[in-house]
Design a protein around this ligand. Sequence first.
Ligand SMILES: Nc1ncnc2c1ncn2[C@@H]1O[C@H](COP(=O)(O)OP(=O)(O)OP(=O)(O)O)[C@@H](O)[C@H]1O
Length: 301
Amino acid sequence: MPVIQTEELTKRFPATTALDRLTIDVEPGVVGLVGANGAGKSTLIKILLGLSPATSGRASVFGLDVTKDGPKIRERVGYMPEHDCLPGDVSATEFVVHMARMSGLPADAARERTADTLRHVGLYEERYRPIGGYSTGMKQRVKLAQALVHDPEIVMLDEPTNGLDPVGRDDMLALIRRIWAEFGITVLVTSHLLGELERIADHVVVIDGGTLLRSSSTSEFTRTSQFLVVEVSAAAEAVAATLTAAGLTVSRDGTQQLVLPLDDEKVYDLVRDAVAAEGVGLIRLEQSRHHISEIFEQDQG
Ligand SMILES: Nc1ncnc2c1ncn2[C@@H]1O[C@H](COP(=O)(O)OP(=O)(O)OP(=O)(O)O)[C@@H](O)[C@H]1O
């Protein structure tokens, strides 16, 4: 059963349409929501939490309607907001205990869960220091801890790798993957970087300008967004014809260069054979990736 469902979900602000008839189904697992800045990712999360009303369309979390059941949904969801929202003068322990109490946990359970969660996110040693002295990576972990402390069934993480250096980013991505792998908590995680979500997500949803560009499993996504660029010394036309006859979709740009979707290992063999049959040289053979903007252009085309 889908954990999150939206149907023709639309959110208009006076100057912009943040979400435009968005229809998605999110199954349990790690789900990456990717889009450039302003694509509508945060708006979607706020609607799902019942914090911001949609203009039209429907959305549900665990089958609960976001317009009617916001409080019930929020009991079962953990939310990590994008921007820095932490008080600098209290410790991680004080803050996370406070958030646990706000979620309805009794004092003892709140303290116990806080210690466990801070250990899990790697902040146990520093837990009594004021947050104001923390690094960006540590602050992101505090935000993650408060999203997890009440043992939610799903967490929504808005740009959790923002502002992190490459090592911090890798650590955060590994931590996010473990939330699902070890605890079975579904994760909806946003980023403007497709590459990092592909590393941890089971499913990727791409939005741009509030519209759905693509929603597919990560393996499918990676497979169909990889291309092979082939440059030959001559006779590109004839090589392209041979490859087309073998069932491949070949793009040409007027030079001795061909671009082929890399959706099957046999593509390499077909290229080798076609080049050999024409007796021409192979100058370049390079795997390449589509960027989100190109996927968008393709879909528009
Ligand atoms: N409260 C608001 N009032 C008016 N416009 C808004 C409001 N919130 C968001 N928007 C606009 O809606 C669009 C989508 O914003 P949103 O924050 O959802 O994007 P995003 O994908 O999360 O990007 P970012 O990572 O930059 O926050 C943007 O054009 C933004 O300016």
